[in-house]
Design a protein around this ligand. Structure first.
Ligand SMILES: N[C@H](CCC[C@H](N)C(=O)O)C(=O)O
Length: 268
């Protein structure tokens, strides 16, 4: 059976989007793995399913490139906003999106007929704590933050010097995080904005991570490095994060971009 999909990216974090109202998907874990492969698949950081919702306007499920299901994805939530508006599933510019970590509100910013950026109310961070990573690792200390999904933020003076391919997996599988963790290496710049590189649980190096950008801003505030509105500059683009520890929410603003539409066979 041939189904339609759309490849979209937010700050370079690319996913395959399928409208399950039209094409129900019964085995997303296997498809995420197969389709994410760059040479034999479509090539992506994972698969995102857009569906109906009883508590919100739409629902989103996200699968990493290794087939594991994630609770939340910041970059995908913006792209879902663009998708449902531009493909005529809604004419709302404020959308309640149901995720495994609760309802997130999307505020669409239009350029003519098209959505070019989206602000997402990402809710409140939780379980913020300093963690001792122990001996035998490049860094001794990090900040754990839960943004609906787990993150470990490590501040360093030179983020370009980090060998992500070895440091990323070492942290993802650190014994302190039995469910694995998304890892952000962050460097505060002279103007207070932050340069960040990410290793995602289940997808490896990605160009950007929305929940990771939020976690980085939270960790910066928690460790006395923060400012209320911070640009988090990643390899694939920049997200603006608004966070004040006394407030109960984080606002994330950034681009949402369509790459192409395609069709693919669902059964092999
Ligand atoms: N790229 C995503 C996060 C995916 C999360 C996933 N890697 C996990 O928690 O397992 C973002 O923009 O927030």
């Amino acid at each position: 059976m041939k189904i339609e999909f759309t490849k979209m990216q937010g700050a370079g974090n690319d996913y395959i989007y399928v409208n399950t109202l039209k094409y129900p998907v019964s085995h997303p874990e296997a498809l995420a793995k197969e389709w994410s492969k760059p040479h034999t698949g479509i090539g992506s950081d994972g698969l995102v399913l857009i569906g109906p919702s009883e508590t919100g306007d739409f629902s989103m499920r996200i699968f990493n490139a290794d087939g594991s299901e994630a609770m939340m994805c910041g970059n995908a939530s913006r792209c879902v906003g663009k998708y449902v508006y531009e493909y005529g599933l809604t004419d709302k510019k404020e959308i309640a999106l149901e995720t495994l970590s609760g309802i997130k509100t999307l505020y669409l910013h239009l350029q003519g007929e098209n959505v070019d950026s989206v602000t997402v109310d990402m809710g409140a961070p939780c379980d913020i704590r300093t963690v001792d990573l122990g001996n035998g690792y490049l860094f001794r200390e990090g900040t754990a933050v839960n943004m609906g999904n787990p993150h470990l933020v490590i501040f360093t003076h030179d983020v370009s010097a980090i060998d992500l391919l070895s440091e990323g997996p070492a942290m993802e599988h650190h014994p302190l995080f039995p469910n694995r963790v998304n890892v952000e290496f962050a460097q505060v710049l002279p103007d207070g904005n932050v340069r960040m590189r990410v290793w995602e649980r289940g997808s490896g190096i990605t160009q950007a991570c929305g929940t990771g950008a939020c976690a980085t801003a939270v960790a910066a505030a928690f460790t006395g490095r923060g400012k209320g509105k911070t640009d988090i500059i990643m390899d694939g683009g920049t997200l603006t994060i608004e966070y004040e520890p006394q407030n109960d929410r984080i606002l994330m603003t950034g681009p949402a971009t369509k790459v192409f539409d395609g069709t693919i066979n669902m059964d092999r």
